[in-house]
Design a protein around this ligand. Structure first.
Ligand SMILES: [Zn+2]
Length: 275
């Protein structure tokens, strides 16, 4: 299984980091986890396309994780030559967000239907709202979900993806919690969103300080990885974002390493990691 980081950023626009999005290239096809700003542009650079997706999995409905949902829906529809529904899995609320997005796209859908004679179907996205347990199965690929803790954002879920004997966990945004621990047991790779408490407290901006109470620090991600016997820890959605170079990312790695003795990687856009 390959992990392709399409976006390692956060809500704050960054020239080097697109919004949160990760692809797992599995034996069942490309599975996209979250679809933040620039997801299909980064996908184009990585050989990942909307028509090629086997499914879209949302960890939660914060705007930065779904910024480009409309682009995924439109390109899935307009770039295929027969009806090709895109399965979307997410927490309760996902069906409402998808329906609202389609409403927003309604005029555009009408323009394209009127213009292209060979396009005579609307976009289709069968939505499955999930809380926990088995949420996807296709051949050797099994995905289970569990509730995470990103309060007051609720509900939120993380995903454990098994493909044969390899396991990758997509944590999404969360503080350490029992649901995440259950997903992480013995996983080969944990992809975890993180923030830097030391920098954010030093900056002293109230709206930024607010994010500390519902995100994990790099140390906490390290604790989760260590407690659950994870192989490799990948830090992503880095706030505030470091420059994508070894020197700026090193403190993040050092903080995680205070708690976790395995390999730690600071994600950069278009990085590919083998599970
Ligand atoms: Zn969030």
């Amino acid at each position: 299984m390959q992990i392709i980081i399409l976006g390692s950023g956060s809500p704050i626009p960054d020239p080097n980091r697109a919004g949160p999005a990760t692809v797992l290239r599995t034996s069942a096809g490309d599975l996209l986890f979250d679809c933040g700003r620039g997801v299909l542009m980064r996908g184009a650079a990585a050989g990942v396309s909307a028509p090629g997706l086997r499914g879209l999995f949302l960890t939660h409905l914060h705007s930065d994780h779904i910024t480009d949902l409309n682009d995924v829906i439109t390109m899935r529809w307009a770039m295929t030559f027969a009806p090709t529904p895109l399965p979307i899995v997410g927490p309760v609320g996902t069906a409402s967000v998808v329906a609202s997005t389609e409403t927003m796209l309604d005029l555009d859908i009408g323009y394209r239907l009127a213009h292209h004679e060979d396009l005579n179907w609307r976009p289709e996205e069968p939505v499955t709202e999930v809380t926990e347990g088995l949420v996807f199965e296709d051949g050797a690929v099994r995905i289970t979900a569990a509730p995470t803790d990103h309060a007051p954002v609720h509900p939120t879920v993380g995903y454990r993806v098994e493909d044969g004997d390899k396991t990758v966990v997509i944590a999404g945004d969360t503080v350490p919690c029992a649901g995440l621990d259950a997903l992480c047991q013995g996983a080969d790779v944990l992809v975890h969103t993180v923030v830097r408490r030391d920098i954010i407290e030093a900056l002293g901006v109230p709206r930024l300080i607010d994010v500390l109470d519902y995100h994990s620090t790099a140390q906490q991600a390290g604790e989760t990885a260590a407690r659950n016997g994870v192989g490799t820890l990948v830090l992503t959605h880095l706030v505030p974002a470091p420059q994508p170079n070894d020197e700026d990312e090193q403190p993040w790695l050092d903080q995680a390493a205070e708690q976790f003795s395995g390999p730690v990687i600071a994600a950069r856009d278009l990085m590919t990691i083998e599970a």
